[in-house]
Every structure is written in C-alpha cells, then in structure tokens.
Design a protein around this ligand. Structure first.
Ligand code: FEO
Length: 406
C-alpha cells in the first residue's frame, strides 16, 4: 500500500492492524497502529523515516516498487526508536552510502541501536535542505518530544510539517487522513497517546509549539509517524496539544482501587456515592485496576482534576496492581491534581498511608488524610466512606470545568 499525500509526497509506510501492545508490554494499542514513512520526489529524493523492524523486508520490497532505491538522495531519521528506524539496516544493505540526516543525538542513538557507522549528517534547528522545484526542508530539533533525538522538518511549497511521534496516535485505518475517520475514536487515541507518552514533557511541548508558531510558516498539513495525517484543519491538534500540555483537567474524579474480597470496592462505591450527593456535576468514575487496561486508566487520570486511590493491606503493603500504577503515575509527572487514599484492612493497615505517601511524592496535592476501615465496612463504616466522599468532592467543587475532548 502507498498513497499520495500531496503533490510529490507519498506515504510508503505500514498499517499494523494486529498490534495490541507497544513499547514491549507497556502501552495497549486497542486499534492497532501505523508506522508512517514518506517519500518526497522533487529534483532531490528524500525518504523520511522507515517502519518497525518486523516489517523491514516488506517495507524495502514495497519501496522498490515505488522507486529505484539508488534514486534516493537522502534518508531522514527523525527518531531512532525502533518503530521508525527498524527498517534502516535492511535499507542500508541496498544503499549503504546514502546520507542519513538526523540530530546529533540521533547519531548517538542510531549507533547505539545498530552499531553501524552509516553516513550520518547531523543537523540543527534552522538547517535547510534544498530539494529543487522551489522546495526545501527546514529542520527543527525537538529534544525530549519524546526522546533526546527527536526531530521535525517542514516542507516549504507544500506547507507540510513532518512531526514524527508528536500529534500522532496508535490508530490503524485504511483512511489515512483525519477528516475520513471516526472523530471520537481519533481523539480517544490522541489523548491516550498524549497522556501516556507526552505528559512528562508538557512544558517542552508548549515551548516547541510556540517556537514553531513564531516561524510563521503556513501549516497546511501535519504528517505524523503514527496514525492519520492531519489534512483538514491541522491547527486543531496543535491547539489541543497546547490545552493538554497546560495541566489539563476536566470536571472529573477518578476512583482507582484494587480489592481482594470486595471491602475496598465497597469503600470506593460509597465514596463515589458521597461525591455525587454533594456535586451532581462532577463526573465520578470508578476503575478496578485489576480488571481495566492500565493505559486507559492513565488517560482517565489525565482527564481528572483529582483521584482517590485505594488498596487493601497485604503483607504490610499494597496490592501489586496498585503499586504498578503508582509507579506509572510517578513517572508521568502529572501537574495540578489532587488526591486522597483509602483501603480496608484486617490487622496492620498500612496501605492507605503507603498510597498517600507515594501520591504526595508524585506531586499530587492531598485533600484529605487517608481513610482506613477495618474488615468489611459496617453500616457505620459505609457512612464514614460516604461522608469522606462528600468532604472530598465539596472541597474541590467547581474546579476543572473543561469537559469536552473534541
Ligand atoms: Fe513512535 Fe518514539 O516512537
């Protein structure tokens, strides 16, 4: 499969309908993904990025049907992660001397992955590559969006920003343009991608977008390296990124919990009931972390103004599912979110205190001291949970008014 993106720019990547996990087992891809590679054929011919390693042979064979590989003048490697650079070894066997344009960090990480001394040409922000026919590529380094080596480039004449991972989504589709796909599915995948991958780099996202906007380049299209191409109103995803990067929150509280025999779940349900009683506007959602996808829960936390996290106590600690998601939360560095912790116990009862300490360390702001209830909550215990939920919701009422993802 290949298709024309615009004028002399073609997509020559791979749609991966089967992918259900990415980054090892770290990121769920319910709708598959795509690895987008682009071929620009002006007086100079340029290939931008490749595909994930398992598709390397297929990619090179398909590329040969599009073009005599010897006609490729430059290869651009915007990012060394294997989903984009994975077919380079296969390709470089065919055209071993071809210049590879990347950042200096790209040289380091490509050498680190492949241990090859390819013909690297490092570029910096503002460097340009003349393609002929009145077109040139302008390079823009984008360190930590999301690796040190990440880079974008802008194609003059066609007004296309090649943004690599930024503005992308893990979303397989035969309709590779944003205006052709289901908008709610598209934005579900966009926000999930942002929440799970780009959250830690939000300040850099804002800076990089501002830097790009200051260049005053017309933005006709954004060609990302995953998912659909933004051809209709590409500014929409840029604005959405600015919103998401700015400590995003909706009027939502997520209660995340794990439970062994239902006592902590009962606490969660009563806390939720209390929240709804004092604030009918707030969107309270409950997630049992053992039965829900962790990346989807992270996306819900991203959308929330606050979370309440609960685990029973086991072996003087917390359940391992809760431990795992707390580690994920720590690493993502969410900003401006509030929290409380709870859990049932039988004898020692450390879990709410452990969760409380970890969320505080993760930068969340405590609303209430932890709540713990011995054994299964009695009528009295349930009333305590209800009151806890009421106090929690009351104290953050009317915060987080953004409610629409689209
Ligand atoms: Fe799509 Fe950072 O790789």
């Amino acid at each position: 499969m290949s298709f024309r993106v615009k004028n002399n720019v073609k997509w020559v990547g791979k749609v991966d309908w089967e992918l259900n996990k990415f980054h090892g087992d770290e990121y769920s891809t319910h709708r598959g993904s795509t690895y987008n590679s682009y071929l620009i054929e002006e007086e100079k011919t340029v290939l931008i990025d490749t595909v994930w390693a398992p598709f390397a042979k297929e990619f090179v064979e398909n590329l040969k049907k599009e073009i005599d590989l010897n006609k490729i003048d430059y290869i651009i490697a915007n990012h060394a992660e294997i989903d984009h650079s994975g077919a380079l070894p296969e390709l470089m066997q065919e055209i071993p001397d071809r210049p590879i344009i990347c950042t200096q960090n790209g040289v380091n990480s490509l050498k680190g992955h492949y241990h090859q001394d390819w013909n690297f040409h490092p570029v910096k922000t503002g460097d340009q590559l003349e393609l002929g026919n009145g077109r040139k590529l302008i390079f823009i380094e984008a360190p930590m969006l999301h690796w040190p080596d990440s880079m974008f480039e802008y194609l003059t004449g066609d007004d296309i920003l090649f943004s690599n991972d930024a503005f992308g989504q893990h979303y397989a589709s035969e309709f590779m343009f944003n205006d052709l796909v289901d908008q709610s599915q598209l934005y579900e995948e966009c926000i999930k991608y942002y929440a799970n991958i780009l959250t830690p780099f939000s300040k850099l996202v804002i800076k990089k977008i501002q830097q790009f906007l200051e260049l005053n380049l017309p933005l006709g299209m954004i060609c990302t390296s995953h998912g659909v191409i933004w051809r209709e109103n590409p500014q929409q995803i840029v604005h959405k990124y600015l919103e998401w990067a700015d400590a995003y929150q909706e009027n939502q509280i997520s209660i995340i919990y794990d439970t062994m025999w239902g006592s902590t779940r009962l606490m969660a349900e009563k806390i939720a009931q209390g929240m709804g009683a004092v604030d009918p506007e707030v969107n309270v959602k409950l997630f049992n972390i053992s039965s829900r996808d962790k990346n989807d829960i992270i996306t819900e936390i991203f959308r929330s103004k606050a979370i309440v996290a609960g685990s029973p106590t086991i072996n003087q600690g917390i359940l391992t599912g809760m431990a795992a998601i707390l580690e994920e939360i720590r690493g993502l560095g969410f900003r401006a979110k509030k929290f409380a912790a709870f859990g049932s116990y039988g004898w020692s009862g450390e879990s709410p205190g452990i969760i409380d300490g970890q969320l505080e360390k993760a930068g969340f702001k405590r609303v209430l001291e932890p709540l713990r209830i011995i054994w299964k909550p009695t009528e009295e215990g349930q009333k305590e949970c209800l009151a806890y939920g009421m106090r929690f919701a009351e104290s953050i009422k009317n915060q987080g008014s953004k409610i629409n993802v689209l």
